[in-house]
Write a protein that binds this ligand. Structure first.
Ligand SMILES: [Cu+2]
Length: 161
């Protein structure tokens, strides 16, 4: 139970989550624009979900989930959290510089503006799946539930890549 009560402001060292820094190639702006023109992995009302994927990870270890959430509507929403049956703890992490060291920490919420996107990607904001119940291997599927302030819960099935 103590683990679940971990304060959100607690700083986590990158070594807890090697998968966060695994992909060193930052997508260029042009690549991101192309991504928006692709077929979404999921569509739900005015929301589109692109580039959904989860990294591999070992049992009791951690993995990261990434997705680009595009809001084509005129109502703002907020990603307030996430959960997954694949792990014990799920948090939204952001990357911050602490004395010149890139560190990840829990963030309470992520805005999804109207006619805009929230991008969860390697090296940036991501969903951290911690205390994995089983190892995640390439091509496994993982359910990731996104909690939105307005839209409620949205369950997405992501492939491990
Ligand atoms: Cu993380």
């Amino acid at each position: 139970m103590k683990l679940f009560a971990m304060p959100t402001a607690v700083l986590l060292s990158l070594s807890l989550c090697a998968s966060c820094s695994q992909d060193k190639s930052e997508p260029t702006l042009q690549q991101e624009q192309i991504a928006q023109e692709k077929t979404p992995d999921y569509s739900m009302d005015s929301f589109r979900f692109y580039d959904l994927r989860v990294t591999g990870g070992i049992r009791n270890g951690s993995a990261a989930a990434y997705v680009t959430i595009t809001n084509t509507g005129s109502t703002p929403d907020t990603l307030t959290g996430a959960s997954s049956p694949a792990c014990g703890i799920t948090e939204i992490h952001e990357m911050v510089d602490v004395d010149g060291v890139k560190t990840m920490r829990s963030t309470g919420h992520l805005p999804v503006p109207p006619s805009g996107s929230a991008v969860l990607k390697p090296g940036g904001t991501h969903i951290m799946l911690m205390n994995l119940k089983e190892s995640l291997h390439k091509n496994d599927s993982v359910d990731v539930v996104l909690h939105f302030a307005q839209k409620g819960n949205v369950t997405l099935r992501a492939l491990v890549r």
